[in-house]
Ligand binder design. Structure first.
Ligand code: SF4
Length: 365
């Protein structure tokens, strides 16, 4: 019997420019690469239809920057599969290069959520992050999305930046809330191996400050809750009923199929990651049966349990205590430290516990 798949992730690996902190699979828009990518995706989709019982309910187009493609290429991308039949279809975009034409194209195709990579508003923050947009382009992208009728809007933000104390971060959060998004994702800046950001750290130009990051993390919860957002995951905040269903499905351990260069899939206990190289991805998808995998691992019960703990602890739903059988002493210790609490058969992190989510997970795995 074919394995059923209800969650799809599509990785579009193109950006108009590359940000110094980013380690996602991506490349600068150039030449025929987008056509290569589209051919590869078409072939991979044909393979997926044969291999799985596909009934996509939640679709997420990430990147890269999916909306970096021209309107005609976006149209081709949208015609590859019936993405629009999903209940939720999110597309990531950057404020620069997103306008009324692309907003209408997305809405007409059936996109239900736009996730805008705002990251910051202060010019100094945007420059440091290597972003090319500004307050005016952010406001205009939001207005275009609203005018086109895209039902839900997420804003991505980053904190822990140079010279960013509580008042600067509070101003950023307030500015984001003033745009009335349905959802905010707020991530701490994370130095990833091989990025320009690591070079800056090695050269002593900047270094992360865990103390200020903790202060800003707690401030985020407080400010966003005062604007009626619920922290349904450590970095994700939603207005009532506006949680990202795709994220929730992945965090709860549902299978998902990732299409495109560098995309990861987990289906029926198997996990694989497509090659990150767009040319190799397209060639191998076209000659079939499937694009080259860079890694594949079997997800046994132990790995699945560890993942469930790691992801579940980060959510406001917490973990069912049956997942933590045999951990009585550890749970009592976590409660005594004020890092966790037990409620209706679940174990949940307190705000102080959320600051140490990875350490708590390590204790429980
Ligand atoms: S726009 Fe997004 S995906 Fe592209 S380089 Fe910047 S952070 Fe990475």
């Amino acid at each position: 019997m074919k394995s059923p798949v209800e969650n799809l992730y599509v990785h579009v690996p193109f950006c108009t420019h590359l940000c110094p902190y980013c380690d996602f699979p991506k490349e600068r828009l150039a030449g025929n690469r987008m056509r290569e990518f589209l051919r590869g995706l078409q072939a991979e989709w044909a393979w997926a239809k044969e291999e799985f019982s596909l009934a996509p309910k939640r679709v997420f187009f990430g990147g890269g920057t999916p909306t970096a493609l021209s309107p005609s290429l976006l149209q081709e991308l949208f015609e590859i599969a019936p993405w629009g039949q999903a209940e939720e279809w999110t597309v990531e975009a950057n404020p620069d290069g997103f306008g009324a034409t692309k907003a209408s194209l997305l809405r007409e195709a059936g996109v239900t959520r736009l996730s805008l990579g705002v990251q910051a508003f202060r010019p100094a923050d945007l420059t440091w992050l290597g972003r090319r947009h500004n307050r005016a382009t952010i406001a205009s992208a939001v207005a275009d999305a609203r005018h086109a009728g895209i039902p839900q809007l997420n804003l991505d933000l980053i904190y822990g930046l140079p010279d960013q104390g509580p008042s600067e971060w509070q101003a950023t959060l307030e500015e984001a809330c003033a745009l009335r998004p349905d959802h905010i994702s707020a991530y701490v800046i994370t130095p990833e191996a091989g990025t320009e950001l690591i070079r800056r750290i090695e050269q002593g130009e900047w270094h992360p400050d865990p103390h200020i990051e903790s202060v800003l993390f707690l401030l985020t919860q407080r400010i966003l809750e005062s604007h009626q957002f619920t922290a349904y995951e450590i970095s994700n905040f939603a207005q009532p009923g506006k949680e990202c269903r795709h994220h929730q499905a992945i965090w709860s351990g549902e299978d998902y199929l990732g299409l495109g260069p560098g995309a990861v899939s987990t289906v029926a206990g198997r996990r694989w990651r497509n090659t990150r190289d767009t040319t190799q991805y397209a060639r191998s998808a076209e000659v079939g049966p499937h694009p080259t995998h860079e890694e594949e691992e079997i997800c046994g019960p132990q790995e699945r349990r560890a993942e469930r703990i790691l992801l579940g602890l980060r959510t406001s739903e917490g973990l069912a205590e049956e997942t933590l059988q045999g951990q009585e002493a550890c749970l009592s210790e976590l409660v005594a430290k004020g890092w966790g609490r037990r409620w209706q058969g679940k174990f949940l992190l307190t705000p102080r516990g959320r600051l140490r989510a990875d350490a708590v997970a390590a204790m429980l795995i």
